[in-house]
Each structure stands twice: as structure tokens, then as C-alpha cells.
Design a binder for this molecule. Sequence first.
Ligand code: CLF
Ligand code: SF4
Length: 483
Amino acid sequence: MTPQATGLLTSSEQEPTITQAKKGGCGCDSKSSATPEMDEKLKERIAKHPCYSEEAHHHYARMHVAVAPACNIQCNYCNRKYDCANESRPGVVSELLTPEEAAHKVLVIAGKIPQMTVLGVAGPGDPLANPEKTFRTFELIADKAPDIKLCLSTNGLMLTEYVDRIKQLNIDHVTITLNTIDPEIGAQIYSWVHYKRRRYRGVEGARILLEKQLEGLQALQEADILCKVNSVMIPGINDQHLVEVNKMIRSKGAFLHNIMPLISAPEHGTHFGLTGQRGPTTKELKEVQDNCSGNMKMMRHCRQCRADAVGLLGEDRSQEFTKDKFLEMSPEYNLETRQEVHEGIEKFREEIKAAKEKALETSQSAPVGQNNPKILVAVATKGGGLVNQHFGHAKEFQIYEVDGKEVRFISHRKIDQYCQGGYGEEATFEHIMKAIADCKAVLVSKIGNCPQEKLQQAGIHTVEAYDVIEKVALEFYEQWNRE
Ligand code: CLF
Ligand code: SF4
């Protein structure tokens, strides 16, 4: 099966030039101390997980089912009318499902989107505050769709109680949201913690939560379950402290650290929204991520998705599968078809990897210039590791840092889609410009004359190509640096 058949490459535009396959790493920015043998095992465990492997997120999709409504703590960035803000963009409401409805939805989507490899339970409350619904859902999926990886995201309060059950169900990926290791700071982030039938406030509540989170992390390590830690970055409260958090979670065996920006608006009705607590700028976020990245793997491609998210991380197909729609659809799960699709994706991935490595080798062997400044470029992509999206169709740009020798993914930036059917392009262009003002170029499969001229006036180059992102970025850099 070709990648086209998976729906990843649906463009009729020119195919990329790709060469022979080679083996490579997981794609996160890492300085792993694991043995080579362990590395191979780890690579296999994360190879098809779009959150645990930056490289996999270009090819594989995840879905969430919203089966867990209750929560046992109150974070100051959360309004319980909405989804859990530890894994979701604030202000989003997901449709609540029973475990049976959720299993039906998964089997429908596993057939329609065969590149969906991971099922996560991430809300709308805390999955472990709803253990029966959460574990029943996982049991049903493990039984009916054994190739789908199971993933869980929790605030960690009840983790130690459920580690055995998690292990038993073969849930190999668990996320804990851990914002601080200092109860004094915790008291500024959590209003209360409900533990063993009592409600605790202030430092006392925070201390219980933080202790349970670290114990949970340790227990996951002992059970050999991969753990990602999410931390919400809150300027003035935990921003300076996150390097300490990073050191601590590394010492306890966390695999990946995802520092997410606080998103806070008065209309979300959260404590922080109402008290005017701001979130970090993209520059502040990057600085903290960079300060931590010498220490362990950092996740930079998180989309803070909803509790009923469906699709590649950069796309949201949840509206195609609302309850009224998916209940009318028949499950089309077929293990053989899925395996064929995955083989096609893996073959394509190897080719992309080889083309990427070739482009990097060529740039590494070029003479070192006097002046190789780092620049940012904005990439329009529908996935597959390619520049393959029209400027007017992009709903986000992936931002890469290029220095002539290396190309590093650093973030994504959401934008309003430029093509509005002839109305409103002026307004959306202004928004797009704000999002990419610090970029030297946009790399797109196509762009109209009008936006191209406007970008040119703003000093931003446009590159039209249909090829591997790293290759296009390096070629642009070489030309730009010669000018
Ligand atoms: Fe979902 Fe989370 Fe599992 Fe991924 S999401 S439960 S680890 S399958 Fe991923 Fe979404 Fe970011 Fe979460 S992009 S919010 S990190
Ligand atoms: Fe909200 Fe999630 Fe915090 Fe619970 S753990 S209060 S659902 S953000």
C-alpha cells in the first residue's frame, strides 16, 4: 500500500524526490544516556506514537475518547465546565461517552483513519478519578483492537493506586501533569485537592498532590511504563522553577518533558483568567524549553488537544465524528488492512528519513561560512514530513530553526486559514503576519500572487516546493545566506 492510499499524500502536485532507506532516531531533541540495545527497544515502543516521537507525528494519528468527567483536584487554570486543561486547550467542551460508545467510536475511526495508532483517555476530567469508566474503555479496546496503543493522562493523585492495573492492561504510555515540586508554589496553582474523602487546601493540599505525583512517577519507572511529564508554564509562578522540575523528573525516570504554555482568558472563567494571570510569550516558552533541553528529551510539538481529539496532531477531525455521526457508522476495524497501511507508511518514512539525512550530510560537508546565523522558517504541511500544503489552506505553520547545518523543529503556530472564499483575507493576513513576523521565509507547496507580494513587502521570502522539509529549508538557507 502506498502512502497515498493512507490519505497522507492526497495532493496531485509533484512528488518529492526521495532516496534509499536508513535507520534513525526517534526525532525528539534528546541526549539519551540509554544503552544502544535499550535505544532500539525504546525506539520501537515510541515509533508509532505521535506524541512520544516528534518524527512519528508527521505520519501517525491519535484519538481521545471523553469518558472521564470527574476530577479530584482544582487547578487554577481550569474551569470544570470545560475539558481538563492539563492536556487540552482551555475553553473546549467534549461530548461525554460511555465506555461502550467509546469502543464503538474507536473501531469506526480505526477503520476510517488506519494511521490512527494511539487511543488516549485524557478527560474531560481526570481519568483516574473515573477508574471504572477509564479501565472499562481500555479493556474493550484491548480486546477488540489489539494493535492500538493505549495512553493515559492524569494529574497523578491516584496513580500509585492504579499502576498495577495500568501494567496489567498493557497501557505503555502515561502522562502526569506536574507543574512544580515545591508545595509553596503548588499552593498558588491548586485551590484544593480531594484525597481519601477529605478536601485539602493551600500548601497542605499541594504537598499531598506533589508527593503522590513523584511516587507515581517512580512507580511507573519500576513498572517499566513510559512516562511523559506535562508542565504548564505560568509566568511569575513556576517559570524559573521548571528547570528544577526537569531535573527531578529526569532523576525519577521520566522519558519526555512537555512544557506547555498557560492559556488564560477571562471568558474561560478560570481563577487565572479572572485574576489576569498571563501566559508565556513564544519566546519565553522557547527559552525555558531550551534551558531544559540539555537535560532530557523535550516535546515541542504538543497541540494541547481536546478530550475527543481525532487525527494527526496538527489537524482536528473531531467534528467528523460527533456522537450523532459515529453512532450511525459501522465499525470497519480490520487488523490486516491496518498492518498493510502501516507497512506502507514505514516504507515511506524510511525514504523520507534517507532524503533528510542526505540533505543534512550535504550541508554538513559544505565549508563552514564566516557567518551562519540561526533563522526561523514557517512550513505549511499536511504531514508526511513534507512541505506539501498550499499557503491558503494552512491552519498552522510548523516553525523550524535553521543554521545551514541543522534543521530543528521548535514549535507550531496556529493561524486563521488565509483562503476564506474571497472574503476576509485582509484580516486573516494580518493575523498570519503577526504569527510569523520573526520568520525569514514561508515554505509552501503553492501560494497566490497577492499574499506572496504582501509577504515580500514585509521582508519574508516565499519558497514553493513539494519535498522533504529539511531539504527545502537547507536549500533556502544556502541561497539566503549567499545574498
Ligand atoms: Fe493523547 Fe496525551 Fe496520549 Fe498524546 S495527546 S493522552 S500523550 S495520545 Fe499529545 Fe495532545 Fe499534547 Fe497530549 S499533542 S495534548 S501531548
Ligand atoms: Fe481541570 Fe484537569 Fe486540573 Fe482536574 S486535573 S482541575 S480536569 S486541569
